[in-house]
Design a binder for this molecule. Structure first.
Ligand code: ATP
Length: 261
């Protein structure tokens, strides 16, 4: 008896033709990509390439000029509440409620997202992120790295299918980075898709299964790390993400929608 073919997995995130212009400056141009369950997608590109703008549009914080975003099959415009329930964004500089404690942030998040019996999960998350002894600290009293970890704890509490992390390594100490990576790997293993932007290519290389390279708001490459290496065979099979990145982003900027993975 042959085993049933499960077929292609449905993407958690589908982005099509996403575009944004600020004043007359184009920030994101006709961006297309998917993220599947279990994928950790590294969103990389030079300063001003449009990474934060892209993440903010996917999260529904910024309205695109054109294009569509679908999260777990829910269109962000037609079903905004359903789509947003399935995702969480941790910005690079999280805005917290300075006069709420760490645990009160989790309580608030649980209420907003209607998470039942949240306290056990909150305790586990704080332990996982090494914040258990700061549960009663005000946000105002936390270090920068602790603030990032609290924002991540809030993001994870409602078990999003799609986790968006904007420059998550900034401000974390080496142990904090390892803790973050462990948390990301665990969620990906459970079936979440993770999209994270970073300039620290050497650090994220081992974490990411897939890469989206953008430049001047356009896609230069989207696909697995293996496909990226295949695209530039001249760099050899052991080329680092950093070498591949420089190779892919040198030379003239790509035309809109060019060079898929
Ligand atoms: P970095 O790596 O430096 O964080 P990024 O890839 O995240 O950059 P964005 O912050 O998305 O890039 O910016 C993309 C482009 O949009 C840049 O040219 C930037 O100047 C412009 N931009 C971003 N936010 C605004 C804004 N609020 N008003 C006007 N222009 C903006």
């Amino acid at each position: 008896m042959t085993e049933a073919d499960p077929g292609p997995r449905a993407p958690v995130l589908s982005v099509r033709g996403l575009s944004k212009t600020y004043d007359r400056r184009s920030a994101v141009q006709a961006l297309d990509f998917d993220a599947l369950p279990g994928e950790v997608l590294g969103l990389v590109g030079p300063n001003g390439a449009g990474k934060t703008t892209t993440l903010r549009m996917i999260a529904g914080i910024l309205v695109p000029d054109a294009g569509s975003v679908s999260v777990g099959g829910c269109d962000l415009v037609r079903e905004p509440v359903a789509a947003k329930r399935r995702l969480a964004l941790v910005p690079d500089n999280p805005q917290l409620f300075e006069q709420l404690t760490v645990m009160e942030h989790l309580d608030f998040t649980a209420r907003v997202y209607g998470v039942p019996a949240w306290r056990g999960d909150a305790d586990r998350l704080l332990a996982e992120l090494e914040l258990a002894d700061r549960a009663d600290s005000l946000a105002d009293e936390l270090s920068r790295g602790m603030r990032q970890k609290l924002a991540l704890a809030c993001a994870l509490l409602h078990r999003p299918d799609l986790l968006l992390l904007d420059e998550p390594l900034t401000g974390l100490d080496p142990r904090g980075i390892r803790t973050l990576f462990d948390a990301v790997r665990r969620r990906a293993a459970e079936g979440a898709a993770v999209v994270l932007s970073s300039h620290l290519l050497g650090q994220i290389e081992g974490l990411c299964s897939h890469v989206l390279i953008v430049r001047t708001g356009r896609r230069v490459f989207a696909g697995s790390k293996e496909a990226l290496r295949d695209r530039f065979p001249e760099l050899g099979p052991d080329a680092s993400l950093e070498e591949l990145f420089f190779h892919a982003t040198e030379g003239p900027a790509p035309a809109a929608g060019a060079v898929g993975g």
